[in-house]
Ligand binder design. Structure first.
Ligand SMILES: Nc1ncnc2c1ncn2[C@@H]1O[C@H](COP(=O)(O)OP(=O)(O)OP(=O)(O)O)[C@@H](O)[C@H]1O
Ligand SMILES: [Mg+2]
Length: 424
């Protein structure tokens, strides 16, 4: 069979490591079918994907996947160990590498970005409320644990404050503490969770940025709303300055930790951007939460995976050295903005940003148009209806089908205008 200029065909296999979700993998599989074959470096490249199966593996078993997108290993450890093996033995490219996110939970992420001079709210880590389950605990704590005054720490952080686990996620153990009674209740309830006390930021906007490789979408997030309407579709909700900064924070966080698929939460007051939660290296990309932004997110996952595989981008295995960032951070002659601009340059170079967009222009110019047709098609509508049916109780189906049809329909309309605009 002839496939264009070259007779060599390099087949790349993308693995999807999944939990309960059906929506985005189906979208990913559909959009990936719109890619390729691609001519690059004198070879023809083809791409396909497969959902990763879980079974015993010999540590020397061959790995067929060139890249794996992971939504499972944060709680299921057998495939997490398989990811590590694939990375170490086979150089499989991982979105994300478990080496990076196991080593860098929320606490480390706070500390590292504080060192870079970012506007992290005042945060204090207090010892466990309950004794650690270890026979040596009684002796050790009697000998070495300093008594401490929880109320004085809370006074210093200031009320209201947030009490939350050092390695949190999904609101587990998070409470807002308004006074000294609630302080004791929350601390007593924390039991064996290790807690931070964190100053509250009174914000004008909650910005949540989803980044996939060099692509970043900063979205207007409303954490108090039910899941289906947390993301508001508001363009330009931040000032130009705060918008740049929010995008930069999320890119720098990702480049620093080696995360390529991550969401970053920032509280924005005036032009000040305060990152509060940015170790989410297994982010939610469900159709029922992202709605309007869903086609962008899945296209970006396809585009970045394709770019990494076809150009032979090497993955970094392990934890990166933060030295280049610290050299900038520790320079007393630079202002906050000068540092942010310098970090952003490092991040853009880490993600090959300029080259990436040129490459997509050259090799995947048809993709936006094809994705648009697909999102407007009955096939996408079927996916939407089936996702709603699988997510909500029967009496809510009609309401939510209409809701998500409205939002994805709005994306189709906006995207048509963008693609029709001169110079698009
Ligand atoms: N310092 C803060 N100032 C104001 N609000 C905060 C602060 N810290 C946390 N919150 C509120 O508490 C929520 C949960 O906090 P956080 O994101 O740190 O926890 P989480 O367990 O990672 O939650 P999720 O998985 O939903 O992101 C935030 O979405 C925000 O609304
Ligand atoms: Mg959060």
């Amino acid at each position: 069979m002839s496939l264009g200029m070259s007779s060599d065909v390099r087949a790349h296999l993308i693995g999807l490591l999944l939990g309960a979700e059906e929506d985005w993998p189906r979208a990913f599989e559909s959009i990936l079918r719109m890619v390729g074959p691609i001519q690059h470096g004198g070879e023809t490249h083809s791409l396909s994907s497969e959902r990763v199966r879980i079974h015993p593996f010999d540590l020397t078993d061959p790995v067929r996947h060139g890249l794996v997108i992971d939504r499972l290993a944060y709680w299921y450890y057998h495939p997490r160990e398989w990811l590590k093996k694939a990375s170490l033995m086979n150089d499989t490219y991982l979105l994300n590498s478990p080496f990076t996110f196991q080593a860098m939970e929320k606490h480390s992420a706070y500390v590292a970005m504080l060192r870079l001079g970012m506007k992290i709210p005042k945060t204090v880590l207090v010892p466990y409320k309950n004794p650690v389950d270890n026979v040596r605990w009684a002796y050790t704590s009697a000998r070495y644990n300093d008594p401490f005054d929880l109320e004085a720490i809370a006074e210093e952080v200031g009320y209201p404050l947030y009490m939350k686990p050092f390695d949190g996620g999904g609101w587990r153990g998070v409470s807002r503490v308004d006074n000294v009674e609630q302080l004791h209740t929350s601390y007593d309830e924390s039991g064996n969770m290790l807690m931070h006390l964190q100053a509250t930021i009174d914000y004008d906007h909650f910005a949540r940025a989803l980044s996939i490789g060099p692509e970043t979408m900063v979205m207007d997030f409303r954490p108090g709303e039910p899941m289906h309407s947390r993301y508001a579709v508001t363009h330009n909700f931040l000032s130009a300055q705060a918008g740049w900064e929010a995008e930069t924070v999320s890119k720098v966080v990702n480049a620093f930790f080696g995360w390529e698929f991550n969401s970053c939460e920032m509280l924005v007051r005036g032009d000040d951007v305060h990152p509060i939660d940015y170790a989410n290296a297994c982010p939610d990309v469900a159709l029922t939460s992202l709605h309007y932004y869903f086609p962008w997110a899945i296209t970006a996952l396809v585009r970045w995976s394709t770019y990494c595989l076809v150009t032979g981008r090497r993955s970094f295995i392990g934890v990166r050295s933060p030295r280049a960032y610290f050299d900038i951070a520790d320079d007393p002659d630079r202002t906050y903005m000068e540092k942010m601009r310098a970090y952003r340059e490092l991040a853009d170079s880490e993600f090959d940003s300029a080259r990436y967009w040129e490459w997509c222009e050259q090799h995947l110019p048809h993709l936006p148009e094809r994705v648009l047709e697909w999102v407007a098609s009955p096939e996408f509508d079927k996916l939407l209806v089936e996702t709603v049916r699988a997510t909500y109780p029967a009496h809510e189906h009609d309401q939510f089908v209409a809701h998500f049809r409205g939002l994805t329909g709005l994306w189709v309309k906006d995207q048509r205008n963008i693609l029709a605009a001169p110079g698009a």
